[in-house]
Ligand binder design. Structure first.
Ligand SMILES: [Zn+2]
Length: 92
């Protein structure tokens, strides 16, 4: 006995096989790395270090999590760098 859910899922896969996946950005990790999810079959992709699209495996999910944390720190540091020269000039 097959469940409805299974049927829908395999239909989505056939649809994607015929017409291609309909990927939408699900998460922005850095300026260059993003996570994509197919709106039909929920298949997930990500950009790897070389800029190619690869399947979003648990390992890549972990890497992206670390990347996103580093990226957020970088942004905080950059905004501090922009402010500090002004403060330096004003005080001298
Ligand atoms: Zn798909």
């Amino acid at each position: 006995m097959k469940t409805n859910n299974h049927k829908t899922n395999s239909f989505s896969k056939i649809y994607c096989g015929l017409f291609g996946h309909n990927y939408i950005v699900s998460k922005k990790i850095t300026y260059h790395v993003k996570e994509y999810s197919c709106s039909n079959c929920k298949h997930e992709l990500t950009t790897n270090g070389s800029g190619n699209l690869v399947e979003l495996s648990p390992k890549f999910r972990e890497i992206n999590d670390i990347l996103s944390r580093i990226h957020k720190k970088k942004i905080t540091r950059l905004s501090r760098n922009v402010i500090s020269p002004t403060v330096y000039r004003m005080s001298s």
